[in-house]
Design a protein around this ligand. Sequence first.
Ligand code: GLA
Length: 404
Amino acid sequence: MRMRWLAVVIVLASVAGAQGPVVASAKDMSAAGSLAQTPPMGWNSWNHFAGKVTEQDVKDAADALVASGMREAGYVYVNVDDTWEGERDPQGVLHANSKFPDMKGLGDYIHARGLKFGIYSSPGPRTCAGFVASYGYEQQDADLYASWGVDYLKYDLCSFGTLMEAARDEHPEDAEIGNRMMKAAYVKMRAALDKTGRPIVLSLCQYGWDDVWAWGASVGGNLWRTTGDIEDNYARMSTIGFSQGVIAQYAGPGHWNDPDMLEVGNGGMSTEEYRTHMSLWALLAAPLLAGNDLSKMTPETKSILMNKAVIAIDQDKLGVQGKRLSKDGDLEIWTKPLSGGSAAVGLFNRSSIATSMSLKLSDVGMASPSAIVDLWSGQRRVAKEGEVKAVVPVHGVVLLRVEP
Ligand code: GLA
């Protein structure tokens, strides 16, 4: 059985490897250009429901987006992640499995609520959870998604990595073969989506391999995962979040770095830690895809996900990703330039003792700002001798908006 699978992989890999150079004209790929002018916002099923997600869970999430006010706050994509897929019929048409009896109906249900429908697949033969994926059926799948009203595709490398591996083994002299195959696979799906005539956001997921930020836009990606998977704990979230400053230059309207979906409300972090998560993602102009059970949110979770002033930092139309301004041991200051000359500033305390931190206003180019607003308390802060001082809680943040 194992040998047979290996043989299939090698055959598929040779076919994939035969594809020529790819990236040339991908930059102009039309539909990609006007989409995701600000980082996409919505909900994704994976972080909470993972492989158990059902159609009803997705409908409940759509209803909760409306009832909670999240839709009005900007969360519009309802994204079904892995494990919706069934089998292909003899005509090659992919069917959803029994957890999702009516995908077109689900798309209609989502759209009727003023929301958008997202789906998940892989350029390999199988998804990460082992379900049927799009390899060899790209156009057929894109057409199917369009017929269901899909507005967003997360395209997760998964088993395509095995094809790349096999091609590398077969052509050890060609150091770039895997990279070329990967780019070709993304270009192919971008072209297939565009051919449907439906504007569909393309989210690349390949965990940051080969510096995807440097070429993700050129293969038609509107966002690309920059790391492996997030987990619902401070160590993993902060390791990912605080490592993202160095790639800030690659983000911008239509093409965003994606440090993975939110864990806010899933229960593994303290309130301060979740505020850090939300603040950091906003400073990073990261996609804001809630990953919790929206039908069971505490008032605290809602207040974090729906802080409009924090969301405005993320969604600022300038579209510049923030980065680290300074680091002193466990104390870090991050800034993000905003339209109109304002700046967002996060004072982060990664230590396990509440600590006083201080921002020198001249460091953000505003020695005498007209206002300094603390975005979590909603209070104004006062500067003394050109500095703002604040006690920052354990693993917490003080997030400021400084107005010129
Ligand atoms: C990968 C992705 C996750 C999720 C799972 C689904 O691990 O990185 O975000 O989509 O696959 O199987």
